[in-house]
Design a protein around this ligand. Structure first.
Ligand SMILES: [Zn+2]
Length: 459
């Protein structure tokens, strides 16, 4: 059930005070409240992956686009996962296009939420629910941009492709991966992609920098399986499937980590060092601190992952019942490779450590891809627009997004969040009580419009 819109109007006034340029500002009682309503509705469509249920979300977005005279297409993969595509053609684009992309699916929830996770509730100036931050908020900001340009017949000088994809949270092969493989004609003329993955630093409500993600680690997800004689657990059976698997996994997790400084880490830490004049910044000492056996001084939490291929055993499936020996045991492993790690060599090493008794299935992997360049028109458009409010720096993320499917094809993709939120406001990503402040959401929409306009101007 919807809450009264009083809070929205209050926050809209704040958004106007922030000062969008007149050509792109929205009347507060129309565009802003409408976008808030769309986000609340969109959150209420539970698109938890698995199974995703993206079709319902895609239909919702398609109805809004169709009502504006745009022509959305729903595209369903052979395994039944629906994505949405719409292209708004510019008369002056000369065929060039910019992709505005988000994923429809969200991760699961649990019972610990203070508000129902699919309520889309408006409370204390925030919109609550799974997907508010990751990443339906961005999807609605992109939609609001497209709709506003269409209503006011604004020509940004570049075709805009609105792309809402399925399956990102499970690797994206049935969404962005499938679309790019099977329908490459949809992406003709694409010069760049704006997607999730940006990370902005905000301290005490002051934006310190905008982080544009240009490179990320690559997933290598495995399912490993052992076989053995099953039976009653009271019997002697030291070579059971579960025991074999435990011993093999132990060899894997005990393997010492090898640290190194990749080009991606240099790009990232060099950018941060420019913003931090301290001569003690890690960037100035990377090669001295990052040694193969480990850092020579303590690193802040989260930083080591920029210098190692990580490996996590995330799931175990080893029979049912305390007194039953299973004849098969399996585990799932989530490996995140540095951008330039030789994936084949890494996988071969894993196989050797596990030993010949363990079957290894690759569930998800990603080929090498160059970082998206910072001397590209889309990056320059981001830089020129955002720098009015704060410095812009390229970032390297240890997670994964669908941007990799474009980068693998040589198309520049940038992780960009138009929302300047502090760490506390972003705490709900993949966690409980996900929510986005209404004022930050509305300011983000205005910022996104400016970025898109700048993308069209630069050649
Ligand atoms: Zn996401």
């Amino acid at each position: 059930m919807r809450q009264p819109l009083l809070n929205v109007f209050f926050c809209l006034l704040c958004a106007l005070c922030w000062g969008a340029p007149p050509v792109l500002s929205q009347p507060p009682d129309q565009g802003g409240a409408e976008a808030v309503g769309w986000l609340r509705d969109y959150i209420q469509i539970a698109t938890v992956n698995p199974p995703g249920n993206e079709e319902e979300g895609a239909h919702y977005l398609a109805a809004i686009l169709a009502a504006e005279g745009l022509s959305p297409e729903l595209l369903t993969s052979p395994d039944g996962r629906t994505s949405l595509y719409a292209r708004r053609v510019s008369p002056t684009s000369e065929g060039r296009a910019l992709v505005l992309m988000h994923h429809i699916d969200v991760v699961t929830t649990n019972d610990d939420w203070r508000v129902p996770p699919f309520s889309g509730r408006l409370h204390q100036g925030r919109i609550w629910g799974r997907g508010a931050l990751d990443i339906k908020g961005l999807g609605i900001a992109q939609l609001a941009t497209l709709v506003d340009f269409e209503r006011r017949q604004i020509d940004p000088g570049i075709d805009l492709i609105y792309l809402a994809v399925a399956d990102e949270e499970a690797g994206g092969r049935s969404g962005a991966g499938w679309l790019l493989d099977s329908q490459p004609q949809l992406f003709e003329g694409v010069v760049g992609v704006l997607n999730e993955g940006g990370s902005n630093r905000v301290v005490n409500d002051r934006l310190v920098w905008w982080g544009i993600e240009v490179v990320q680690k690559r997933p290598l997800w495995l399912k490993v399986t052992s076989q053995g004689r099953g039976g009653h657990a009271s019997g002697l059976n030291p070579g059971s499937a579960t025991h074999r698997l435990i011993l093999a996994l132990a060899r894997l997790v005990e393997e010492p980590l090898r640290y190194r400084v990749s080009d991606a880490a240099r790009i990232y830490f060099r950018g941060l060092a420019k913003l931090d004049n301290s001569p003690d910044h890690l960037y100035h000492h990377l090669d001295e601190v990052i040694q193969p056996d480990g850092p020579t001084r303590p690193l802040a939490p989260g930083v080591p992952a920029y210098f190692v291929d990580t490996l996590q055993v995330t799931e175990l499936d080893n029979g049912r019942g305390s007194n039953v020996i299973a004849s098969q045991a399996s585990a799932r492993i989530d490996i995140r490779l540095l951008p330039d790690t030789d994936g084949d060599a890494y996988l071969e090493h894993v196989r050797q450590l596990l030993g010949p008794d363990i079957d290894v299935e690759v569930v998800l992997d990603a080929p090498l891809a160059d970082p998206s360049p910072t001397d590209h028109p889309v990056y320059r458009a981001l830089e020129s627009t955002l720098s009015v409010r704060g410095p812009v720096t390229p970032t390297f993320m240890t997670g994964t997004t669908d941007s990799r499917f474009f980068r693998q094809r040589g198309i520049a993709a940038y992780g960009f969040s138009p929302f300047a939120l502090n760490a506390d406001q972003q705490r709900g990503i993949h966690a409980v009580d996900e929510s986005i402040p209404v004022d930050g959401f509305l300011r983000g929409i205005e910022m996104l419009k400016r970025v898109v306009m700048a993308c069209g101007e630069l050649r």
